[in-house]
Write a protein that binds this ligand. Structure first.
Ligand code: ATP
Ligand code: MG
Length: 321
C-alpha cells in the first residue's frame, strides 16, 4: 500500500470547544490505483487532502496516522514536508487561478518546481516545462509557455496545474475537485488525461469529487464520505451497481435522470459538524431509518469481500426496493 491512512481525526478549536470535522477516517491506496472520495459539501474531503499534504489551517489539530511509503506524515517536520510536497506527493486544486501566480509566465511556473526540487537550471527547467505542456496536450506549447495564467482558458489553466503537479513524477497525485469549474466536454478530457498520466507513470491518485456521476470515468475504488466519516467503500463498479449504504443510494438517485427515472434529491441538509445527530450521522435524512439507528453509531463492516458499509441494515436488500 502506498498511502495508508489510519484513524485520522481532525478538529478545529472554537469558543464552544473542539469541532470535529474528520472522525477516525481509514483508507488505503495501492500503487497505480485511483481512489475516489465522494461526498456533499462540508463532509471533510478537502480537510482529508490537506491533512495528507501537511497544509491544514493553523487552528486545526490532527490525530491518527497517515503512512506514506511506511512513514507517518503526521510526524514530519516542516522541512521534510517541503521536500516531499510537490515531489513525492502533489496536489491539483479546484480553482487553478488561486494557486497559479498571476504575474509569472506559465512556463516559468512549471519550471520552478524542477528548479526547487532538483536545482535544475532555469534554461533547462523551461525547456522541460514545454515538454510537460506537450504531455498535458497544450497546443503550441512553446508559444503558450510565455503566456500568463489570465491569457488561458479554465481548461488550459487546469492543464498547467496538472503539468506542475506531475513535473517531479510524484508517486501520489491528489486532485481536489479538479474539474468542477469546467464544462462537461473539457471535464471528460481532463479525466482522460489524468488516467493516462497515471498509467504512464504508475502513479496513485486520490481523486476528490462531490459528483458520483464521474467516478466511473476515473476511479478504481470509491470511498463515500459523510460528516467526516467513510460510510461506504468498495470497487467502483460494485458501489454503482449495488450500493449498500442509504447515503450512497441517495447520491445515485440524485444524479441527473438516467433512463427516464426521476431525479430524487436527498431530503434535508448536511448537518453542521458541531450539530451531528446521535447514533448514525445520516439517520435524520435516511429513508430507511429504524429506531436502533439512533442508539449507537454503526461501525464500518465488510458486507462483501472488499466492500465495507457503515449501516446496520447493510445486509438487507434496500436498493431500489
Ligand atoms: N478554518 C476552518 N475553521 C473551522 N472550520 C473549518 C475551517 N475550514 C473548514 N472548516 C469546516 O470543516 C468541514 C470540512 O470542510 P472541507 O473543506 O473539508 O469540506 P469539503 O468536503 O471539501 O467541502 P466542499 O465540497 O464544499 O469543498 C466543514 O464543515 C467546514 O465548515
Ligand atoms: Mg473541498
Amino acid at each position: 500500500m502506498l498511502l495508508d491512512t489510519r484513524g485520522l481525526s481532525v478538529h478545529f478549536s472554537s469558543d464552544s470547544g473542539p469541532v470535529h470535522v474528520i472522525s477516525n477516517l481509514s483508507f488505503g491506496i495501492d500503487p497505480g490505483e485511483v481512489f475516489c472520495i465522494v461526498g456533499e459539501s462540508g463532509c471533510g474531503k478537502s480537510m482529508t487532502a490537506y491533512s495528507i499534504m501537511g497544509l491544514l489551517p493553523e487552528n486545526a489539530r490532527s490525530a491518527g496516522e497517515i503512512l506514506f511509503k511506511g512513514s507517518d506524515l503526521l510526524t514530519l517536520d516542516d522541512e521534510s514536508y517541503r521536500n516531499l510536497r510537490g515531489k513525492e506527493i502533489s496536489m491539483i486544486f479546484q480553482e487553478p487561478m488561486t494557486s497559479l501566480n498571476p504575474v509569472l509566465k506559465v512556463g516559468y511556473q512549471i519550471g520552478e518546481v524542477l528548479m526547487t526540487h532538483y536545482g535544475t537550471s532555469k534554461k533547462e527547467a523551461i525547456s522541460k516545462a514545454v515538454e510537460l505542456m506537450n504531455t498535458v496536450r497544450i497546443p503550441s506549447a512553446e508559444i503558450r509557455a510565455n503566456e500568463y495564467p489570465h491569457q488561458m482558458s479554465g481548461g488550459m489553466r487546469q492543464r498547467i496545474m496538472i503539468a506542475m503537479a506531475i513535473a517531479c513524477k510524484p508517486s501520489l497525485l491528489i486532485a481536489d475537485e479538479p474539474t468542477t469549474a469546467l464544462d462537461v466536454t473539457i471535464q471528460s478530457e481532463i479525466l482522460k488525461l489524468i488516467r493516462g498520466l497515471k498509467d504512464e507513470n504508475n502513479m496513485s491518485v486520490l481523486f476528490i469529487t462531490h459528483d458520483l456521476g464521474i467516478v466511473s470515468e476515473i476511479a478504481d475504488r470509491v470511498g463515500v464520505m459523510y460528516a467526516g466519516r467513510i460510510v461506504e467503500t468498495a470497487p467502483t463498479s460494485e458501489i454503482l451497481k449495488e450500493p449498500k449504504h442509504p447515503y450512497t443510494m441517495g447520491l445515485l438517485n440524485s444524479l441527473p435522470a438516467e433512463r427516464g427515472r426521476p431525479l430524487i434529491p436527498i431530503r434535508g441538509n448536511v448537518p453542521r459538524p458541531d450539530d451531528l445527530p446521535s447514533g448514525c450521522k445520516f439517520s435524520d435524512r435516511c429513508d430507511h431509518v429504524i429506531e436502533s439507528c439512533r442508539a449507537e453509531e454503526p461501525v464500518l463492516k465488510e458486507t462483501l469481500p472488499g466492500h465495507f458499509t457503515r449501516c446496520i441494515r447493510a445486509g438487507e436488500d434496500l436498493w431500489r426496493s
